[in-house]
Design a binder for this molecule. Structure first.
Ligand code: GLN
Length: 485
């Protein structure tokens, strides 16, 4: 049962082969057994989960269930969920219990009837690529417990890879769904900016943050995405568009599909073994009837530097709310009000978060704003224009998700720039606001390799189709880590 797809679980629930309470118990027991080693979940609340499962069973019995009602999921701990501790991986929020639901949580739980298995570990305030910046300790990669699962959605990725949950949510500001999906052999999708509401999702860099599904397959991601999207008047950047069924095009043949291969993604910077798996995937797509065309994203080498101006600038503003006054951590001993702010923030934030706040405050300050922030915004526009030009020649863009497979715990922790380069292929997609996916495409030294697919605005259904056809022809996404059953 734990290896079943969401569709199979949905059919089993509908046929009354298993109840949601039984299914949820199965996963909760597995979490109790394996989580102490993997550290994928920071909060589990058995009673709450089982209550949700009971409610789902009532809906299934009453005939008011949706397609995913009763299926358990893991929620990244960046989403506010009423009555659940919501930490965002930080000491600052270690004891914060949310009084309300994020829109994603409300839609998935109250509307779609999914059952929460708990909140997953993550890099502090989603800043990181290895899950090592979490206040709650690192997460271990189920494929090799001495390695990182990627980040910032590392807990969600490890939870699904170890089958502690059939699927999970993640968020992606510069790669945080796609890179951990790649490192843990999962399928993950970052939607077009504005498709999923950010209300109640703790803000890192508001113009880049976007939530999306992480699961074993493109089909699972499509079903999950169906429960997450939609206009939300509480998010001023939410887009008012007609509802879509993201699974509608899954089976379409790929004959005639034009795949763009950006010259810049196939040069140096990527490990040879990752590149070999990506090249094999290209040959597979050609067998499926696609054609390839070389395209160029000439400004993509500027995406990491531009991102590390824009994202910290927005973060420094967003994180100013954590001041020890209204909620969250407050230093136990202080003198004046200023001293209370200073001590609270000095004690409540970890080193990476402080580094981002300092960079952000610096690039926004008088005298540097034009030189850094404004310049980065101009580069952002150039990067978006590059994609627009490339999409004149192709339907989807393909390349590696991450330049390497999962690295050792501690290997890059002391070198922020090395860590930042984990996202060289993913960040441009956020800067342009485009949808992007990572899908499993092979192994190198026993570790999973991810293939990135990038679509034009609102091309989620097409991306899922391109991923699904590949998954029908290959079995990389069905491989599971050994030794965890
Ligand atoms: N690794 C990138 C960072 O540290 C991206 C994180 C994310 O997408 N949330 O900012």
């Amino acid at each position: 049962m734990i290896h079943n797809s969401l569709k199979q679980l949905s059919q089993a629930l509908a046929a009354k082969e298993i109840s949601s309470v039984e299914l949820t118990t199965l996963y909760l027991d597995r979490i109790a057994r394996l989580n102490p080693e993997i550290n994928a979940f920071v909060t589990v609340d058995r009673d709450k989960s089982l209550q949700m499962a009971q409610d789902a069973d009532a809906r299934l019995a009453a005939g008011t269930a949706g397609p995913l009602t009763g299926i358990p999921v893991a929620q990244k701990d960046i989403f506010c969920a009423e009555g659940w501790t919501t930490t965002c991986g930080s000491k600052m929020l270690a004891n914060f219990v949310s009084p309300y639901d994020a829109t994603v949580i409300r839609k998935m739980h109250a509307e779609a009837g999914l059952v929460s298995l708990g909140k997953t570990n993550m890099d502090e305030f989603a800043m990181g690529s290895s899950n090592e910046t979490s206040y709650f300790g690192p997460v271990k990669n189920p494929w090799d417990l001495s390695r990182v699962p990627g980040g910032s959605s590392g807990g969600s990725a490890a939870a699904v890879a170890a089958r502690l949950a059939p699927a999970a949510t993640g968020t992606d500001t510069g790669g945080s769904i796609r890179q951990p999906a790649a490192l843990c052999n999962l399928t993950g999708l970052k939607p077009t900016y504005g498709v999923v509401s950010r209300y109640g999702m703790i803000a890192f860099a508001s113009s880049l943050d976007q939530a999306g599904p992480m699961a074993a397959s493109a089909e699972d991601c499509a079903l999950l995405l169906n429960t997450m999207t939609g206009f939300d008047e509480r998010d001023s950047t939410s887009l008012d568009r007609p509802a879509e069924d993201y699974a509608r095009a899954l089976d379409q043949p790929l004959a005639g599909l034009r795949i763009g291969l950006p010259r810049e993604f196939f040069g140096e910077g990527c490990s040879a073994e990752v590149m070999a798996a990506v090249q094999a995937a290209i040959r597979e797509y050609e067998k499926l009837g696609a054609t390839t065309v070389e395209v160029s994203l000439p400004n993509s080498h500027l995406s990491v530097p531009a991102y590390y101006v824009i994202a910290p600038a927005e973060a420094s503003s967003n994180l100013s709310r954590f001041d020890g006054v209204r909620y969250g951590y407050r230093a136990p001993e202080y003198g004046s009000l200023d001293d209370m702010y200073a001590k609270t923030r000095a004690q409540g934030f970890g080193a990476e978060v402080k580094r981002r706040i300092l960079i952000g405050a610096y690039v926004l300050s008088h005298g540097y704003y034009d030189a850094y922030y404004l310049q980065a915004q101009r580069i952002r526009r150039l990067i978006a224009n590059d994609f627009a030009e490339a999409f004149k020649a192709c339907d989807v863009i393909l390349g590696p998700t991450s330049p390497s497979t999962a690295f050792k715990l501690g290997e890059k922790a002391a070198d922020p720039v090395q860590m930042y380069l984990s996202d060289i292929y993913t960040i441009a997609v956020n800067l342009a606001g485009l949808p992007g996916m990572s899908i499993p495409c092979g192994f190198a030294g026993g570790l999973p390799v991810g293939l990135q697919l990038v679509g034009n605005y609102f091309a989620e259904a097409q991306l899922l189709n391109v991923a699904h056809r590949y998954q029908l022809a290959t079995d990389w996404h069905q491989r599971r880590p050994a030794g965890l059953d």
